[in-house]
Design a protein around this ligand. Structure first.
Ligand code: DGL
Length: 272
């Protein structure tokens, strides 16, 4: 029996933090990862533009006959998920719902902080998702756009990163949240620093782990899991030259990046 792959996409390297968790919990699965490196960042762009990009990438991956699509980008999940779910016939998993579920479950005080890109925070997608699960929760949000280039630069614990984190997180810290959602693919790389700044009483929620659990549950439910004895292959597609993706991606994925192919969405799906 030919098993289909799991499709995963992000604006660039950030979604590799989600792929890492999927590879960890489902090592038998083949994956196709798409990083839109020619058009990153998504976090500063309008919902219309991000939705168009997401639909083009979904079309590309659907042509490769994937069995499930993971939108491993918080910004794309925040603005494009309803459109993708409406258009596609396969299960589509975003990163917002799993992260919101985890936060709603573990908060004791009901005061939850959410950090993400400007696009994610502006969409209020996390606030809506958390309040759907826990209407009495108080959700405090803060856009932290500079965390993305800091993570890509590998500046995860120097003076610049520390000062930036203090400025961004001060208000959330003072408002006594007990749970903080890392609502951006890049932020898990800054986890030790963010944990240090927020202090030991604040639990950090990383959507990646919860998303991997959701993917496993859906595939199991639909009888689409590959037998555990299999070993998955991992292919990577990017829209800019692969060099930067390979360099940074190896850090995001712990040095396990396979073949990376540059593709043209214009040629492949006739859009853009
Ligand atoms: N992947 C994006 C996210 O999780 C961060 C990078 C970007 O702005 O494109 O929101």
């Amino acid at each position: 029996m030919a098993w289909k792959s799991i499709g995963i996409f992000d604006s660039g390297v950030g979604g590799l933090t989600v792929l890492r968790e999927i590879m960890h919990s489902l090592p038998q699965e083949d994956t196709l990862y798409f990083g839109d490196t020619a058009r990153v960042p998504y976090g500063t762009k309008s919902p219309e533009t991000v939705t168009r990009y997401a639909c083009e990438i979904a079309t590309f991956l659907m042509k490769r006959d994937i069995k499930l699509l993971v939108v491993a980008c918080n910004t794309a999940s925040a603005v494009a998920l309803p459109t993708l779910k409406r258009l596609l016939t396969i299960p589509v998993v975003g990163v917002i719902e799993p992260g919101a579920r985890r936060a709603a479950l573990i908060t004791r005080s009901g005061r939850i902080g959410v950090i993400g890109t400007a696009g994610t925070i502006r969409s209020s997608a996390y606030t809506r998702a958390i309040k759907r699960l826990k209407p009495e929760a108080e959700v405090l949000t803060r856009a932290c756009p500079l965390f993305v280039p800091l993570a890509e630069e590998g500046w995860t614990d120097n003076q610049v990163a520390r000062l930036t984190a203090h400025i961004y997180l001060q208000e959330l810290k003072e408002s006594d949240v007990d749970t903080l959602v890392l609502g951006c693919t890049h932020y898990p790389l800054l986890k030790p620093l963010i944990a240090d700044v927020m202090g030991p009483d604040v639990i950090l929620v990383d959507s990646a782990e919860e998303t991997a659990r959701t993917v496993a549950a859906i595939l199991a439910d639909k009888g689409l899991l590959r037998p555990p004895a299999e070993r998955g292959n991992h292919n990577f597609f990017v829209t800019d030259i692969p060099a930067g993706f390979v360099r940074i991606g190896n850090r995001f994925l712990g040095g396990k990046l396979g073949d990376v192919f540059q593709v043209s969405l214009e040629e492949e799906v006739g859009m853009v």
